[in-house]
Design a protein around this ligand. Structure first.
Ligand SMILES: [Zn+2]
Length: 88
């Protein structure tokens, strides 16, 4: 490699590491947010075991669909709007 290529390589590696770190931070904060939302909705309905990260829900107090996986393991019936998690 030429000296310029070495510099460029190092720049890319640095950038990749920065982005990996940023991605990790985002994933951590996202998990925290989802955990907080689950706890909040469980205060309203303790039967809820899961919330959807795919569907907004106008009838849900947390704004996303929520499921009771003991009664509904396939997540076919949102506790609030009764829509399934899997939709076409
Ligand atoms: Zn819903």
């Amino acid at each position: 490699m030429t000296p310029i290529e070495v510099l460029e390589k190092d720049k890319f590696l640095k950038k990749k590491e920065d982005l990996r770190q940023e991605m990790e931070d985002i994933e951590f904060k996202y998990e925290q947010l989802m955990d907080n939302m689950l706890v909040r909705v469980q205060e309203i309905n303790p039967r809820i075991t899961a919330i959807s990260d795919m569907w907004d829900c106008s009838e849900s107090p947390i704004g996303v669909c929520a499921y009771d996986e003991d009664d509904d393991p396939a997540r076919d019936n949102c506790v609030f709007c009764h829509d399934p998690e899997e939709r076409k």
